[in-house]
Write a protein that binds this ligand. Sequence first.
Ligand SMILES: [Zn+2]
Length: 225
Amino acid sequence: MRDIIKHHVFEDNDGTVQWVTNKGNKVSYSTGQTWDDLKVNKVNVPWHHVVWFPQANPKHAFIMWLAIQERLTTQDKLMKWYPLKTFQCELCGKEADSINHLFFGCEYSKAVWLEVKKLLLFRGLPTNIHAIVQKIAVFSYRNQIWDVINRITIAATVYNVWQERNSRIFKGRRRSESELVKCIVEGIKLNPTSFKIKNSVSMARAAKNWGLDLDGSRLVIKHLM
Ligand SMILES: [Zn+2]
């Protein structure tokens, strides 16, 4: 698995993710191409459905996938290449970033999770990427509203924290924790999707939290993902 991802994924200096196709061509990340390549390689892991599922935002899923595989170029990796350089997390400035610091240990990320969690059915704050995968993997084969919303929102949060980190490094643009939360929520609401309702009690709570609409027997998340 790691070999396949290593073979396929490159990250340019500006943090742009590039994909190397099975034919060896370096291209900008494209969902279709990625799916095709992964399908050919028969990539599968027990937590596959945590990341890849019908309602997933492919861009978010891709960064989540890389984070779980620890394939994002975080500062703990750069320290090995540049031992004399001092690295500080762009979000809190307290220590070099790593997958777990950036997404879960950082004060900035914790503040973001605290707000995002209010929109989820999720107890406690996630402490590391593997714990979160284990937690939601149990239910990720189901297609019930909260299973989907949890996965969508977690991936969107991981994606946006990564974007914020890169935006500060490469563009000098900074958003506050509350601005990022707003961006996460609005981003999720922009992409329409729908799926069958299986649990009306859960649906009612989801509808309340997210301001969703009902259309016959299907829950139309007009603006969710
Ligand atoms: Zn930090």
